[in-house]
Design a protein around this ligand. Structure first.
Ligand SMILES: [Zn+2]
Length: 159
């Protein structure tokens, strides 16, 4: 696995994503968090996983795509970046690409998550563990980031 070395600004956005993931876990949801950042560096929107009430599509990356479709002009979406604690699943990768959002920076990968869940004996996801670029080949991606790996693994262990 090749680790990505984030800039200080990227690291701060990823830190917020991991904190949102911890917040989700503390509230009974799965530990995932994401933020949408404009080309000028402004945080436009953030969310965390909200599946505990039975709607398993309520992933933060999906919420970001729908929020962007409603609130970000089409011409500005490709220059916006989504930071996320865990790489987009196939559903969220598709939504991201359909609304025309830009780069994705993830703290942990789908491959890492799959390995952790197997190690913990957790139920596997009901969809194939595709990388973002297997679903959305033109989206620029960066990740995973080594310094967050242990912390995110522990969040999933306790979920
Ligand atoms: Zn998803």
């Amino acid at each position: 696995m090749t680790w990505y070395e984030p800039t200080e600004t990227e690291r701060a956005h990823l830190r917020r994503c991991v904190d949102l993931a911890a917040e989700a876990l503390a509230d009974g949801d799965e530990p995932f968090g994401s933020v949408l950042v404009s080309a000028s560096g402004e945080v436009l929107f953030e969310d965390r996983n909200r599946v505990k009430d039975g709607d398993n599509t309520r992933h933060p990356e999906f919420e970001i795509a729908r929020w962007a479709a409603a609130n970000v002009p089409e011409s500005e979406r490709a220059d916006a970046t989504v930071f996320t604690s865990g790489e987009h699943c196939a559903m969220c990768s598709a939504a991201h690409a359909w609304v025309g959002l830009g780069r994705i920076v993830y703290a942990s990968s789908t491959e890492q998550l799959g390995g952790w869940l197997r190690e913990f004996g957790a139920d596997p996801a009901p969809i194939r563990p595709l990388a973002i670029n297997e679903v959305a080949p033109d989206v620029p991606v960066a990740g995973p980031v080594q310094e967050f790996a242990d912390e995110i693994k522990e969040l999933h262990r306790t979920r």
